[in-house]
Design a protein. Structure first.
Length: 219
């Protein structure tokens, strides 16, 4: 009888850590194993369940992670930006790019200033020799654009292509720009200008941090 009691006690003690183990580890079911779906900004996925590996070989490489747990093998995970979110962000980026030119329609200077960064290393390269290397230099052209002699006619972004970084907060673009205007009744336009640039999401808004306009060589 005494021996039977001892055996029962040992079995009870052995069962405690097994029960605790199952109680501590959550049940992993459903989309994203029951965790919050990832957004466009990188963050730790399933804290306490997913272990991150920060040994990326090059700067900007997407963080890798692995899922471990009882009766679960090592499952490599890669954070993928949801397609629906990316399309919504693509529309916002396109709107930002268009506003860099379109603000002139109503001479909405506040709109223009809201879609370019106010950095000391902001860069804008025009087809001519002038290179803007900081936000303050942008203001030198404002009197020309705001003049009643300068009139916006229309603009169009053709073949606009936008590519996002893996983190989702930086994008780069290419398009062919028609920027049609007049100055004192004479044409003051860019037609079929190649336009490339980089935009960054800051405080929930996309801004252009660098851009380059050029025309193809006639040769």
């Amino acid at each position: 009888m005494k021996k039977l009691t001892i055996i029962r006690c040992l079995l009870l003690v052995a069962a405690i850590p097994i029960s605790a183990q199952h109680a501590e580890f959550p049940k992993l079911t459903g989309p994203y194993i029951g965790q919050k779906p990832p957004g466009i900004v990188a963050e730790v996925f399933a804290p306490g369940i997913v272990s991150t590996v920060k040994d990326c070989c090059q700067a900007g490489e997407q963080e890798r992670s692995g899922l471990q747990g009882p009766n679960v093998g090592h499952l490599p995970l890669a954070r993928v930006q949801p397609q629906t979110n990316q399309e919504a962000e693509r529309e916002l980026v396109a709107r930002t790019i268009s506003s860099v030119i379109g603000w002139a329609k109503d001479k909405n200077l506040d709109l223009f200033y809201s879609v370019i960064c106010h950095d000391t290393d902001y860069v804008s390269v025009s087809p001519g020799r002038r290179v803007v290397k900081r936000f303050e230099d942008v203001k030198q052209s404002v009197p020309f654009w705001m003049s009643p002699d300068f009139k916006y006619v229309r603009h169009e972004l053709k073949d606009l292509r936008i590519r996002f970084s893996r983190g989702g907060d930086v994008a780069w673009f290419y398009c062919v720009l028609d920027d049609i205007n007049t100055y004192k009744g004479e044409p003051a336009s860019w037609e079929n200008a190649r336009w490339t640039g980089v935009v960054e999401k800051r405080g929930g808004k996309w801004v252009v941090v660098q851009q380059h306009f050029s025309f193809p060589s006639e040769n």
